[in-house]
Design a protein around this ligand. Structure first.
Ligand SMILES: Nc1ncnc2c1ncn2[C@@H]1O[C@H](COP(=O)(O)OP(=O)(O)O)[C@@H](O)[C@H]1O
Ligand SMILES: [Mg+2]
Length: 239
């Protein structure tokens, strides 16, 4: 059961949105997903309460530094992907969660380049490596990217980060109304009404591409995806 933690010490970077997109896309094709909502604002928990029953997706709220390890242990054999949403602050919980993770994903706003929060996390990762020999694989995902931003501009940001030895996902998360609306409406991109949300198809494609890239980065070791539905097979084949 890979543990994937989303971390950026700045609020508004798009962590919670990215957690929700990854969790719902993976659950949609049959992976058993547990989201650990460690943010005191409890956005994911509120969204979950608002949503119709979502098979394969479980949310745990009220997490503390003391309880996180137990939650991971309790779910190890019943969950395929364990995803952690953290508060936008530098807390002991952040260090603890990172130490327990198989992959740390650092969402950074693509256009604003307010990368300081992301830089804090990268520093922490370096510190863990230097002082404790804990090497946690990590990458940056560019978030809230304006759909008009050119591939060339994105490439420039990627190169900048790559020069500093930071891996950047090929799929940026685009700024889409649908990604905001999920939190108000509950459910997923797949239960939303096509006619009422603009560019819903593009939002779905974007979320799917992001989830696929994460599956490639953090594959399930030695196990097959649970659902053997046609959707799941197609999803896998595309990966
Ligand atoms: N890709 C996106 N498209 C549209 N709105 C977004 C996107 N990502 C984040 N937002 C909006 O930006 C705000 C902050 O995002 P959030 O995911 O809560 O960030 P964080 O968890 O890092 O604080 C929220 O209002 C959210 O709806
Ligand atoms: Mg958040």
């Amino acid at each position: 059961m890979p543990v994937i933690t989303f971390a950026n010490t700045k609020g508004g970077a798009g962590k919670t949105t990215a957690v929700l997109l990854l969790a719902t896309e993976l659950a949609q094709v049959g992976y058993r997903v547990t989201v650990l909502d460690a943010d005191p604002q409890r956005w994911i928990s509120r969204w979950h309460q608002l949503s119709p029953a979502l098979p394969h997706l479980n949310v745990i709220s009220y997490v503390t530094q003391a309880s996180i390890e137990r939650h991971i242990a309790d779910n190890r054999y019943t969950t395929d992907y364990f995803i952690v949403d953290l508060p936008g602050a530098q807390t002991p919980l952040l260090a603890k969660a990172i130490g327990l993770s198989d992959h740390v994903l650092i969402p950074i706003q693509g256009c604003a380049m307010d990368a300081q929060g992301g830089a804090n996390v990268l520093e922490l990762l370096r510190f863990l490596d230097d002082k404790a020999g804990i090497k946690v694989p990590h990458s940056v995902v560019l978030t809230r990217v304006n759909s008009m931003v050119t591939t060339r501009a994105l490439l420039a940001v990627k190169m900048l980060l790559l020069e500093r030895g930071v891996e950047v996902l090929g799929t940026p998360i685009i700024e889409r109304a649908a990604f905001r609306d999920i939190f108000d409406l509950g459910g997923t991109l797949h239960t939303m009404d096509d006619g009422r949300i603009s560019n819903l198809d593009k939002a779905r494609q974007n979320a799917r591409a992001f989830a696929l890239e994460m599956l490639r980065h953090v594959p399930l070791r030695g196990t097959k995806p649970i659902a053997e539905s046609t959707t799941a097979r197609r999803f896998w084949q595309a990966a």
